[in-house]
Design a protein around this ligand. Sequence first.
Ligand SMILES: Cc1ncc(COP(=O)(O)O)c(C=O)c1O
Length: 425
Amino acid sequence: MNQRRSFLKTGSLAALAAPLMSFDSSKKWSLEPLVNTYSDTEEYWRMIRKQFPLKEGQTYFNNGTMGPTPGYVLNTMIDHMLHFNKEAATIDYKNGSGPELLSGYFPYQELRSKLGKIINCDFKELSLLQNATFGMNYVGMGLDLQKGDELINTDQEHGGGFGAWQLLAKRKECVYKQVKMPLPANDPQEIFDAVFKAVTKKTKVIAIPHIVSVYGTIMPVKAICTEARKRGIFTVLDGAQCVGQIKVDVKDIGCDAYYSSLHKWLLAPAGNGILYINKDVVADIWSTVASYNWDNQEDHGFRLMQNGTGNPALLAGFDAAVDFFNTVGEDRWVNRVKELGGYLRTGLKDMPQVSIHSSTNEEMAAGLTTYAVAGMTGPELQKTLWERERLQPRSVGSELLRHSVHIYNSKEEIDRALQVIRSLG
Ligand SMILES: Cc1ncc(COP(=O)(O)O)c(C=O)c1O
């Protein structure tokens, strides 16, 4: 890892990279502009916007689907790929530089430790996986479930939050239940009560989102996990939308397992996720994909990431994305997401033609806001925003628009969206 990092710092392959990339690689992105910049002004955020290769004059409001990658992160990743392809013959696999050739066989302790600091766990409790879907499956398939065991989801899961549980119900004859969520969800107690109404003595797993994909609701997961633990129920949280959108502290929440896709709100390159499993329960989780370390009882996080050969450039990019996040600073980052989300919701609340389907309890909302405009379908609204102002949120279902805001967005961009929507009244 150290060797890999040192060439990442010194490598200068931008000229070679040019034909392969659609953004201007001759502009060598770095973390330099971010370091020692302490202001929280709009000027600071304009500087942050410039760290992304996103085109000027267009606005991306769809982070809930996929986060754009900062230039520094892309550079790091692309340099890594070029480095290997140039230097392949000089790499001594057995002598420590293996991670330059391929990922999948190394513990990546340093990166896992950095990520562990972000969600508050030990690196041995954390696995590097492709995405949230892998996380859900590695937990579900790894649990020793029996016929008749009850598995609880909500009725607002993403496929990456329900697929494994439905599969297990069919394959192992478990009982699959979906809790009906309030809509909009403004009262945490109502969600808590809905979940525990479905719980019986046979309930083995509560698998719910930390943030709901479609509506952006921040769930009362700490209260639910605390109660579930008292009752001996295994809790697994789908945090695909969370790390980088809100603060996540897995120890404070008290869940047994937690997974996230960091190509969303942490702005890592596509194909980077994490899985956390609490050290007190991880020994009971079987490895789903097995290779050399499938039975490693010393480092369970490594045991659960035995995926065979992968692209090490992706992990170089992941590492750079974590550095980018830490350089901006977690507080400043998540506070800005929250500030922009609140700014959008405040603007929407005044418009009679708008119905907000997300939570309007600001304790339960952050960077995702889902709403409808009377007389328009979601796709029509999305098209109008793009055609009039080059703004790109995402329609969900037939009626709704899911509007994500992140640190590369500005209040001025939100104002333009509000202006278009106001004119539709
Ligand atoms: C709540 C939730 N869970 C799971 C996923 C699946 O994520 P991935 O495709 O990165 O595995 C998503 C993706 O949008 C999501 O929003």
